[in-house]
Design a protein around this ligand. Sequence first.
Ligand code: MN
Length: 311
Amino acid sequence: MSGPLTPTDAPSMPLSQDAASPTVEVTESRTATVGRMTVRRALPKRGRRTIGAWCFVDHMGPLAVDENEGIDIGPHPHIGLQTVTWLFAGEVLHRDSLGSEQTIRAGQLNLMTAGRGVVHSEERTGRYRGELHGVQLWVAQPDGTRVTEAAFEHHSDLPQPELDGCDTTVFVGSFAGATSPARADTDHVGVELRMRAGSVTAPLIRAHEYGLIVTEGSITVEDAIVEPGRLAYLGCQRDELVLSARDDARAILIGGEPFGEPVLMWWNFVARTQDEITQAYRDWSGDVSERFDHVATSMARIPASPPPWLA
Ligand code: MN
């Protein structure tokens, strides 16, 4: 997926990042276009760049796709982040410059760690016909790992702790006594919640901040109604969270220890300084770079426009 195009999408300095207390702040996602898909971008936004180490949330689809037309995002680079791809329906073929080629289906996790640099494409499988629906999230890597080598993991067997009134899948981190096997460079969590009509109490960690993205149906949190196209920021200092729904609903709960490092995001790069992003832009825009290697696909590379400070 491709990220924010301007630094105003993701200001480099913290704004009103007060994570000290519980709150329910509901904000509208922005509409963006990725490949031929319209997505609802819940993060980053002005005033809220991160929730834990999560720095980017796109809700994509549902969209009807077929053998000839799908997500179709050609090779593009990343640095300093992990891409977390999670589907509710459909199939996507991931290819990357490490040589990975992995089809992902609903309920499975593709986790790519960019580190100092990686390139990937996200393509139709050429077989699947039906609905494509999912999320892609990015995790900002901490200074301790963000300039190390790239990596890729696929997980099809993930823990599914049951809450009273809600089935869950823990794709990253720990929740309700279960821990995902996926790599986590910081203390963060990502969980799919599949609610039935009624209420559910989700156990949380007091020191973590949380956010909720509803992808199907409608969920009420305290007095706030959260629906597709909205992000509910929940703050810290909660031992539990009560959610209620009148009908079946699906949501992604993200959270983690507040990310203490300044983050500068531009396009597909997560860094700390403009110079780092300028170098990544130049490496991608040149013919060959050692950190942005070839991907074995017939799709065309996605070019980058210069960052605004170079234009
Ligand atoms: Mn991507």
